[in-house]
Design a protein around this ligand. Sequence first.
Ligand code: ADP
Length: 384
Amino acid sequence: MTVAGKTERVLVLNSGSSSVKYALFIGEERLASGIVERIGEPGSPVADHEAALDIVAGELADRNLGIDSPELTAIGHRVVHGGTDFTEPTLITDEVTAKIEELVPLAPLHNPGNLAGIEVTRRLRPDLPQVAVFDTAFHSTISPAAATYAIDRKLAERLRIRRYGFHGTSHAYVSREAAALVGRPGCNVIVLHLGNGASASAVSGGRCLETSMGMTPLEGLVMGTRSGDLDPGVLLYLARTGGMSFDEIDTLVNRESGMRGLCGENDMRTVQERLAAKDPDAELAFSVYCHRLRKYVGAYYAVLGVVDVIAFTGGVGENSPLVRQTTLDGLEALGIAVDPERNRRGKGVISPDGTAVKVAVIPTNEELEITRQTLAILPRTKRP
Ligand code: ADP
């Protein structure tokens, strides 16, 4: 990735509500990365995003890689919600930040932090191209049949209620790597991104056809602390009969559900330790987690018709042979199998030779994907 002999340097920022993660790339190589946490929390030395980015600037300057460096080509910002406005990486202008602001009601936990980071870096480096890369963008290709909730259409349109999907940069990166693995860009891939948040997608020829997160990241798979799919009647019942407020329900389904709700623990490593000790709560939690995942594999098999690759990624997907094995156990009739030794090793293809579907472990790299997408739009705009 060089232009006129100069290797591109991109600073990637993931500026959340209470943390800023950063990574600096030269070409495809990650030179530095880090995280500043506890922004704005009581007793924290980091008062706001300005202070957090000061720390980031300081850490990079210590290594002669500062934000003020003339060598920097661009800054790529992760932005969670792009609504239907943003379906590709977008050069940030005042108009773009205003639109991201308009989307705050759809992502009240995420877009404000993203915007705060953008505002500070635009002030620090007004000369530099800054690009917003949206978590929703990769999923903008899902059909109306997949995107539409079966509720009153006028109401849904007025309030922008539809399925958007998230983790898009990860699904884009991993599905492309999966296609490279089988050497066919046109292939069909099921991506299972299993981190603290978790989502699945069905991708055909690089286009996303389905994804498990919806209008918010709450829908779909069982996650660390989020419930995933839930009968909407449960929420009504919690309010009406359980006497819970909206905020209490919000906290329950976002922070106190999923694996934490089921067994008190959201870290899959600890869940697995407890499984080994035959802890019944951990056993139930683990079985609910894998059962839900297996249902989605079946559903996306049907969406795609033919599956070439099933790719596991994210902290759990990359590191838990037990989740991979349990989820895909007994699916030989669908051409799906996991080789125990390859699964234990956990790198690349983990299915036996000769099965119709390749099962693979593919580490995600969202920061590299943001770097690539940031650089990809620069030739159409301004290069320094
Ligand atoms: P995030 O979604 O916050 O980016 P990660 O993708 O890093 O998170 O995934 C975090 C999850 O990965 C945690 O639940 C953690 O327990 C799990 N994890 C990390 N290492 C292992 C492991 N060796 N075995 C099982 N789970 C693991």
